[in-house]
Ligand binder design. Structure first.
Ligand code: MSS
Length: 380
């Protein structure tokens, strides 16, 4: 049999238990039991990796040198400029704890299975980024945006012959955009975008461009493949439907007008305990997990059900208020010995929740799964 390299052989410093979904570009999933073992914050050793484009020499969890790293700021600004990454150290620093989640997380739950990396639920983590807000940098340079600037387009470095990786987000994202230099209190791991990554709290993973080299203010979305047709879902333009349901298995003619990018993270919740297939002591059973949304309004409740969604019981939230971080929750159930299935769903202050049948959002690339999660377990 052929030896496939383990995660730590592909990326120095990663936990060898991470699941290798792809070697080149490197894509590593966090096994679910490992993810739930760190319910506050996900460490660099176990955080998932999704590269569309690898940056040669950056496959390590160690930091990358700021020396000589330059970033260009251009497009619809009155004074385009280039800054040295090192200059950021002298500016006021900001910190944000946020969910970093691949828009393909949960893809294998769609039926039929869409194309793309076969993520289960381990394509996400909760991490703390620290660095300089893009707004702060612009202010420090006295740079003003044109009114025509409707999008922020970030370009990744192409050093070592890397193909391009470009993403656009709406100008509203400037509010919280952060040029991250560190993660979880340590230099930003090279494999997670060090020395400088442009992160957009509340936005799906794909928008958080690693190894950022150019930031462009633009009138329109960028036209490279990562913006169209990839990383989008079907919609009816100018309506309030979050997505346009598709016949599972069908094809869709993606265009800028009949689809939208994977931007804001949708409401989601995950059960961290019990785990699928576990046997636990009864009759009082502690159920716990995390919930999150795009951070624009707070998560206001998480409910659990043990009868397939007929009735729901409120869980307790560990924290209240708007946040880009995931929120921990727990509930205590009274259950008889035997087999059970517990389901969880979150609600936010805007009334947004999760579909009982996640397959409703089936799309051919399998993005943005947020169907209610169920866990089957046994009470001893
Ligand atoms: N960046 C760059 N430069 N490149 C690539 O490839 N990818 C994306 C982001 N960014 C990329 C970037 C994706 S797609 C994701 S998820 C993310 O990243 C991840 O992260 P980490 O750090 O974890 O790896 Mo899906 O939506």
């Amino acid at each position: 049999a052929q030896q496939t390299p383990t995660a730590d052989q592909l990326v120095k410093g990663k936990n060898p238990k991470l699941i290798v979904l792809s070697q080149r570009p490197v894509v590593l999933e966090t096994p679910y039991d490992l993810l739930v073992s760190q319910p506050e914050r996900t460490s660099k050793e176990i955080l998932f990796i999704r590269n569309n484009v690898d940056l040669p020499g950056y496959n390590t969890v160690e930091g990358a040198s700021l020396d000589g790293w330059k970033v260009e700021v251009t497009g619809l600004v009155d004074k385009p400029f280039t800054f040295e990454a090192k200059e950021l150290l002298a500016l006021p620093q900001s910190e944000v704890t946020m969910v970093l989640q691949c828009s393909g997380n949960g893809r294998t739950l769609y039926n039929p299975r869409p194309s793309g990396n076969p993520w289960k639920r381990g394509g996400m983590g909760n991490v703390t980024f620290r660095g300089v807000k893009l707004k702060t940098l612009l202010e420090s340079k006295g740079v003003k945006l044109s009114e025509k600037a409707l999008y922020i387009t970030a370009h990744a470095s192409r050093q070592g012959g890397a193909p391009e990786f470009v993403r656009s987000v709406p100008i509203h994202a400037l509010e919280n955009a952060l040029l991250a230099l560190s993660m979880n209190g340590e230099p930003l791991p090279a494999v997670h975008g060090g020395p400088v990554r442009l992160v957009f709290p509340g936005y799906f993973g794909v928008n958080n461009v690693k190894w950022v080299e150019k930031i462009e203010f633009a009138e329109a979305e960028n036209t490279t493949a990562e913006q169209m047709p990839r990383y989008r879902v079907p919609v009816i333009p100018n309506t309030h439907l979050p997505f346009l349901p598709q016949e599972p298995g069908s094809r869709y003619p993606y265009s800028f007008t009949n689809s939208r990018p994977n931007w804001l993270v949708n409401v989601n919740s995950f059960i961290f305990a019990p785990l699928e297939g576990q046997t636990v002591e009864g009759p009082y059973v502690r159920v716990e997990g995390v919930a999150f949304n795009d951070g624009i309004v707070p998560i206001v409740s998480v409910e659990v059900s043990t009868n397939g969604g007929r009735t729901w019981q409120k869980a307790e939230l560990a924290t209240q208020g708007k946040t880009f971080s995931w929120v921990r929750w727990r509930a205590t159930l009274y259950l008889r010995p035997g087999s059970h299935e517990v389901m969880a769903r979150a609600w936010d202050a805007a009334g947004r929740s999760q579909p009982l049948d996640g397959n409703l959002a089936w799309n051919e690339r399998g993005y943005e799964w947020n169907g209610v999660m169920g866990v089957k377990f046994t009470v001893a």
